[in-house]
Write a protein that binds this ligand. Sequence first.
Ligand SMILES: [Fe+2]
Ligand SMILES: [Fe+2]
Length: 328
Amino acid sequence: MYPKLRENVWHIDPQQETAVLITSRQTFAVPTDRALQFLRMRSYCTGWHSIDGIADKSGFSSRDVSSMLDSLAPAGIVYTDSDRRDTFSRDEEVCDVLVRACRIWSTELQLSYIGNEFSAGRLPKPVLIGWLLEMYHYIRDFPFAIEHGARHATGRLKALLTTYAAQETGHENFVLQSLVNLGMSVSEVETSIPLLSTRLIGFLMRELFELAPSAALLVAAVIEAQGFAEKEIDSFKASLAEHYGIDLHALDPYFEHQKIDVGMGHASLLADNIDLVQIEDRHTLDQVVNKIHDLKHAFDLQGLEIKAYFTTLNGKYFPRQRVDFQAI
Ligand SMILES: [Fe+2]
Ligand SMILES: [Fe+2]
């Protein structure tokens, strides 16, 4: 047996007695020491190592590896690559699996989101502005990525994506207004150049939407704000005002945007149009899943890069500048 793992996300706080294991089907509580032990062997559960091989690499006995894998059996995450079908028909729950994957990644994205760190005041102010600059560039590019998908779509999906792109057009102006409230000038923002991870998000989206235009609906389920929690936003704004000495209403336009998108039904685009997701070819399906997973990690990378670039400027341009011919 060469074990492989279905998508399994772990939240482990060494200070707590239990850790959380999230799969596409369920959430499980696992004793923290067991979870930490499992992580040591998880790295080698790639389908390329036998039980003995995993034991060898992780420093456990083969018996321990087997028993840990057995103890995870109820979570259903251990599997072997036995299903070699080339096509799936619609009644085989393909959509269900895709929806569940998007739900995991959407939740993870919200939890790991760099925005959360500002309310704790852990990051310096240039990172706050840097984050908004990247949001500006990402939101400005998003409708062009959707349009790219629309060009590869037909029928109702094409019409839907065209509308979606039109609805998102110009939404960067909400972020721009917040940046102006924080002291940036319009032209300074408009002429700035995004970080590479922000560009990567745009590239990955185009690659994905070209392959399967309906994946734009899956991506919407991952990235669109799922609701507008007025109370939470108010306390977020209050903590920013406290930590960064900014006006309490500086970010109002930014959140106004969320409200508008939720109002246009972007959070439920996938659920409302699930019949348009018809990916039956195994190879395409595998690629779609992998690319959405990559996209989730590109957002994580964007958070890391924002922190790396803006925490200590050390002479780096603020915001990032174009290097044109004359500049050489
Ligand atoms: Fe929007
Ligand atoms: Fe939106």
